[in-house]
Design a protein around this ligand. Sequence first.
Ligand SMILES: O=C(O)c1ccccc1N[C@@H]1O[C@H](COP(=O)(O)O)[C@@H](O)[C@H]1O
Length: 214
Amino acid sequence: MPADVKVKICGLSRPEDVQAAASAGAVYAGFVFFAKSPRNISVELARDLAIDAPVGLAKVALTVNADDAMLDAIMNTVPLDMLQLHGSETPDRVADLRRRYGLPIMKAIGIADQSDLDQIATYAGVADQLLIDAKPPRGADLPGGNGLSFDWRLVNRKYWPCPWMLAGGLTPDNVALAVQMTGARQVDVSSGVESAPGVKDPELIHAFVKAALA
Ligand SMILES: O=C(O)c1ccccc1N[C@@H]1O[C@H](COP(=O)(O)O)[C@@H](O)[C@H]1O
């Protein structure tokens, strides 16, 4: 029998939402450090949320083309288990940051069509995990967290040499189908468990995890 699907709830900013993620059975909690995002939080708030998070919930910092000073401030303040790079960080940058901080790195890859899949092989050799997300529309403010999905048939039952998570437009209503169509063993959600941009809904968090595990 295959192991349970692992769920990441991203963009948490309130203690009750971190608790909801943990009690629902999520494995990862994501904190967003990107000024343009409605989910952006300070390093101090992230530190407090991470310190109070239930044992066993892996804390992930999401950054977008962050410079060293910003990353140092995050790493020196927040107890973390993983760094998610959601910008246009090069493979060399990924390798550098992995060495520098000694944390597992998850690199996001934006997918719109078949040609985007080439990126996966490029990053699979340097990152610890990949996040396979929808490519943002041209000119979008956010490189992720837009509630948009991509054609899941593109990643149907693909096998890559490192663990990966499916993201992009997942909701309690579609996550079971997404898992079934792609074979993903891990899923990540942000806007699909919100009542308004940046406002998580504990009931939707529970519904999402339940549907992902079903
Ligand atoms: O959530 C954000 O605000 C965000 C900002 C910048 C980059 C990535 C962001 N979120 C990531 O995108 C995926 C998909 O989001 P959604 O479920 O479609 O809203 C999310 O899981 C985060 O990892």
